[in-house]
Design a protein around this ligand. Structure first.
Ligand code: ADP
Ligand code: MG
Length: 160
């Protein structure tokens, strides 16, 4: 199942993140991909706010993994950009992935071996203010999230 969502501005991206956050559960993994400036961190900030995380969420590029424990669910924010093959264990990815919280992986494409079952979100930059989010659901556990998007945000969904 696939949904293509057109974000015309920051509010649209925030709405998408908030809607997805409502369908999250312990063990959920979101793979976020898209070039620099696509909106991966912006999306994650809105998602964290919906989980009631008060701590400031920032890009984890230099830390690779950042953990937030003050919300409804633990949030593990990972930036895989600097990961090389076989380094997954070194940052403790196995400890947090599909565990008690939610994992968000920026640059999911750099995790070569698929050791988890993510909801795939690919962001394409269309212009200064517009982004296309392609959300691919390969696992039944994310079907509720897909329904929430379809029902709540149908105005932004592109059908091809
Ligand atoms: P990434 O983490 O993918 O490198 P960031 O979230 O750090 O990207 O940056 C995205 C930039 O694009 C921000 O400056 C944000 O304000 C801007 N932007 C403009 N339009 C949008 C949109 N529709 N959705 C998300 N970000 C947008
Ligand atoms: Mg980022």
């Amino acid at each position: 199942m696939e949904i293509v969502y057109l974000s015309k501005n920051l509010t649209d991206t925030e709405n998408l993140a908030r809607t997805i956050a409502k369908g999250l559960f312990p063990g959920a993994v979101l793979s976020l991909d898209g070039d620099l400036g696509a909106g991966k961190t912006t999306f994650t900030k809105s998602l964290a706010a919906t989980l009631n995380i008060k701590e400031k969420v920032s890009s984890p590029t230099f830390n690779i993994l950042k953990c937030y424990f003050d919300g409804y669910l633990p949030l593990y924010h990972i930036d895989a950009y600097r990961l090389e093959d076989g380094m997954n264990a070194d940052i403790g990815l196995e400890e947090v992935i599909e565990g008690n919280g939610v994992c968000i992986i920026e640059w999911g494409r750099f995790i070569k071996e698929l050791i988890y079952q993510p909801l795939d979100i690919k962001i394409t930059i269309l212009n200064d203010t517009e982004r296309e989010f392609k959300i691919t659901c390969n696992y039944t556990k994310y079907e509720k999230i897909m329904s929430l998007i379809k029902e709540g945000l149908y105005e932004n969904i592109i059908t091809r």
